[in-house]
Unconditional design. Structure first.
Length: 294
């Protein structure tokens, strides 16, 4: 039996990004790569993290019970930060916190540790400057205008019913003076290849989906729209300057515009694609495309 501690998470990109700081902390504590048992469809996001070892399975998220049996037969200790699933008979659901905080607690971490983003950052240490630079170049189109990026209408797990209202408001108010980019239309070899665009942007406006979780790996200011349900509404770990529930979006459009204006006019250090301190990705060539709608 493998003596290492392993983690099970059959969720999508956002769920994996949420618990990567846990895996990184465990890797530092134990001195080895943490095996992560993940669904094959979403495993490539782990190519950007040197501190994990990918253990792909072909179970989908409801069958965490099968993944649990597989893991317990293979590894000495198994942690399961997946706190939901149709066949998960012992779902971990502590009161007073949303699911993404509960995921950390299921691994023995505290709410305080979840909120300590300096001690437990989201790090992709195998970023690829060439792939990131290509995305930024296509988005900029040689323009020097500020970049406003948004991800509103293509979330699968936590759809934003009034996404079109916010998207249209951004286009009307900022479309002339800024480069406004819908992240739902961007394709990348790896999800974390979006980080170059995040770092180049003045602000990110996002619904409660993978874009919100990925933003924890960037310093980009974020306007976050959160699911109305207390359990399903994520607690952000990114640089949030304005947060509101989905149901509040119609009456708080002015606040959205004030936040975007403040972000654009506040000087911030932008990481050049030539200055990324993390090494390029090593290993297999990219296969398939990742998008924030997955």
């Amino acid at each position: 039996m493998d003596p290492r501690t392993a983690m099970i998470l059959l969720g999508k990109y956002g769920d994996i990004c949420n618990v990567l700081p846990v895996a990184r902390a465990l890797a530092a504590e134990h001195g080895y790569k943490i095996p992560m048992i993940v669904s094959a469809r979403f495993a490539n996001v782990l190519h950007g993290a040197s501190y994990v070892e990918i253990d792909m399975v072909h179970y989908q998220w409801p069958r965490v019970d099968l993944a649990q049996k597989y893991a317990e037969a293979k590894y000495d200790r198994v942690l399961c930060p997946q706190v939901w699933g149709k066949f998960y008979g012992a779902a971990f659901r502590p009161g007073g916190v949303p699911y993404n905080v509960a995921a950390w607690m299921a691994c023995g971490f505290t709410v305080e540790q979840f909120r300590d983003t300096k001690a437990f950052p989201l790090i992709f240490d195998l970023r690829d400057s060439e792939r990131e630079g290509s995305i930024v170049s296509r988005a900029r189109k040689q323009s020097s205008k500020p970049i406003v990026i948004y991800h509103l209408g293509c979330g699968a797990s936590s759809p934003f019913p009034s996404h079109y209202v916010v998207r249209e408001a951004i286009g009307r108010r900022w479309g002339k003076d800024c480069i406004c980019i819908d992240l739902c239309a961007i394709k990348a070899a790896r999800l974390y290849d979006m980080l170059g665009l995040y770092d180049a942007a003045s602000v990110l406006v996002t619904a409660d989906t993978s874009a919100l979780h990925l933003a924890a790996a960037s310093k980009v200011p974020v306007v976050a729209y959160i699911n109305d349900n207390d359990w399903r509404g994520s607690e952000p770990r990114c640089n949030v300057m304005l947060k509101m529930r989905y149901a509040e979006c119609l009456k708080r459009v002015k606040e959205l515009h004030r936040a975007i204006s403040e972000a654009i006019h506040t000087s911030r250090t932008v990481v050049s694609n030539l200055e990324i301190a993390q090494p390029p990705v090593v290993g297999a060539e990219p296969s398939g495309l990742a998008s924030l709608s997955s």
